[in-house]
Structures are given as structure tokens and as C-alpha cells.
Design a protein around this ligand. Structure first.
Ligand code: SF4
Length: 299
């Protein structure tokens, strides 16, 4: 059976949206400059016409009662005007009577540009979860990887969403600052988590889909530091610093992305000492650690 709508590929979604209906309301990412990210470099950013988005939504009318979760794609749909987003959210609510959750990717700047009232309206219209790739909380790393954000903009954006009851799932990239920035990357990323207390947090390991040379060529020329990739031991050590420095009350933490060799799952800070033990075992007794066997080949 053919899928009822045609996507403009490549199409991405977070792992936890595997069972959600994906509706593309934009194509690509309005920023599209992060040095590690090739998700949308093949696309030019474009907002889709409302009638085309509505037509995609209506295509699922025969399955309307089964649809409980919708994920809005592509890279940062929150860049659209609030009225445009509200029209789409209202259409989703009208079409799918059992809809429980609408989520999307967002950048901290997308959030900072909206007023509290706008975010509140979006929440009331059904947008309840944002996936925010913060990547790092360190200003030098953020500049280095051309993220277009700072510690301050990240904290402000996340807190603004939280003030209006919108949950955030934040992602940090293990190893993204290379050897030079590893410690400050870990400590300042923990600081962002502590100041914002997100509902969900996760880490994944820096993966360069077009190779390290390509990634290095996309780093900011303003920071004159040669990128040195972390080895496995250094990646674990960076994770140790991150976990040591978090002070969270009830954040669901996952590092179970395919790029993670050591899988950590639990609640922070409740599971902090358990995580630190797991990391210590991975560092000091790797053969006894619960590492993904296909990937771990010794240090
Ligand atoms: S903002 Fe997100 S989607 Fe856009 S380039 Fe950066 S990481 Fe990629």
C-alpha cells in the first residue's frame, strides 16, 4: 500500500515520534548552518502553503480516530508566524478528535522571538512538546559549531517555553567541541540543564555524515583552534563531567541513540550515582561494562 502523502525528502523525526503522523509544514531549516548537521543541506528553506498543509492533513481523514500524535516537520517550524502555526494546530484538532500531542523541532531563537502570550496560545492550541537541539551550553563551542545561539539565548528560549507549560526535550552532542573544549562543553551544558530543568534530556555522540574534513571545514573561522576528535575514553570522560555537574530535580535522561556506545537511561538526579558508576566501569573496566558489542572494539 502506498503512503497517502508524499514527503519532500529527506525527512527526519526524533526516535520517540516513531508512531506519530508526520506533517511537513516547512521544508528544510531556516538556519541550516550548524557545522555538524547535514539534515537539510540538500534543501532550501521554504514555508509550505497553508492549503497544501491542510490537504495533507485531510488525506488522513479516513484514519482520523486513530491519530493521537502529530509531529510537525522539518527543521524549525516554530520560525513561522504564530497565526500560521495556530491555523495548522486548529486544523489538526478539528480533523483528529483523539489528538493528544503535537510536537516539533525548535531552536532557542525561535522561542525567544515569540512572546509569552504567543507561546501560551500555541500551547492551548495543542503544541505541548518541543525537541530542542541545544548541542552545548558553552559559548565558545556554540560559536565554533556555528549554532547561532549562546548560553543566554538557549536558557532564555527554554525558560520561555517552560513558563507557558510547553515541555522541552533537549539534546546535547558528546564530543562536539573536540579535545580543546571538552571540559567547558560538559560543564556549561550541565549548567543549561540545571537552569532550565527540562522534562527530557539526551546525549548523542558527534557523527559526521560527510566525514570529519567536511565537518572541520564548516567550523567557524572566527575560532582559530584545530578540531581534534575525542577518542572513546575521552567521550566517556566528557559524559562523566556532564553527569557530575548536573543538579536536576526530575529530568528523564536518555543516551540511547544509535551513536551512543554506553546506554544510560533513568531520571536525574535520582540515577546520578548509578550513571556515574556505569561511566566509571566503561572507563576503567570496559569489558565489564554494558557497551554496545558491535561498536566497542577496545580503546
Ligand atoms: S538548527 Fe538544527 S536543523 Fe538547523 S542546521 Fe542547526 S542542527 Fe541542523
Amino acid at each position: 500500500m502506498r503512503f497517502p502523502i508524499q514527503y519532500n525528502e529527506p525527512l527526519f523525526r526524533p526516535p520517540s515520534e516513531a508512531k506519530s503522523l508526520i506533517i511537513q509544514i516547512t521544508y528544510g531549516c531556516s538556519w541550516n548552518k550548524c557545522s555538524f548537521c547535514e539534515m537539510y543541506t540538500s534543501k532550501k528553506f521554504k514555508a509550505r502553503k497553508q492549503e497544501d498543509v491542510f490537504s495533507d492533513i485531510e488525506t488522513f481523514l479516513p484514519y482520523a480516530s486513530q491519530i493521537r500524535r502529530v509531529f510537525l516537520a522539518d527543521g524549525d517550524p516554530l520560525v513561522l508566524s504564530t497565526q500560521r502555526l495556530l491555523n495548522i494546530l486548529h486544523k489538526l484538532k478539528q480533523t483528529f478528535p483523539n489528538l493528544q500531542r503535537v510536537s516539533t523541532y525548535a531552536s532557542p531563537s525561535n522561542l525567544s522571538r515569540k512572546s509569552n502570550q504567543e507561546l501560551n496560545e500555541l500551547y492551548n492550541a495543542g503544541l505541548t512538546l518541543l525537541y530542542v537541539g541545544i548541542e552545548s551550553g558553552d559559548d565558545e563551542v556554540l560559536e565554533y559549531i556555528q549554532k547561532g545561539e549562546t548560553f543566554k539565548s538557549t536558557v532564555e528560549g527554554l525558560l520561555k517555553a517552560k513558563d507557558e507549560k510547553i515541555d522541552s526535550s533537549v539534546m546535547i552532542i558528546n564530543g562536539v567541541g573536540g579535545r580543546h573544549f571538552t571540559k567547558q562543553h560538559a560543564i556549561n551544558s550541565a549548567r543549561v540543564l540545571n537552569e532550565t530543568q527540562p522534562k527530557y534530556a539526551s546525549t548523542l555522540v558527534l557523527t559526521t555524515h560527510k566525514g570529519f574534513e567536511h565537518f572541520k571545514n564548516r567550523l567557524s573561522p572566527k575560532i582559530n583552534i584545530k578540531f581534534q576528535q575525542l577518542n572513546q575514553l575521552e567521550l566517556f570522560t566528557e559524559m562523566k563531567w556532564l553527569i557530575e555537574n548536573v543538579a536536576l530535580s526530575e529530568t528523564i535522561f536518555r543516551s540511547d541513540h544509535a551513536s551512543n556506545i554506553l546506554i544510560l537511561k533513568g531520571i536525574l538526579n535520582k540515577d546520578k550515582s548509578k550513571f556515574l558508576q556505569q561511566i566509571d566501569t566503561a572507563i576503567n573496566h570496559p569489558t565489564m561494562a554494558n557497551l554496545r558489542p558491535k561498536i566497542y572494539r577496545g580503546y
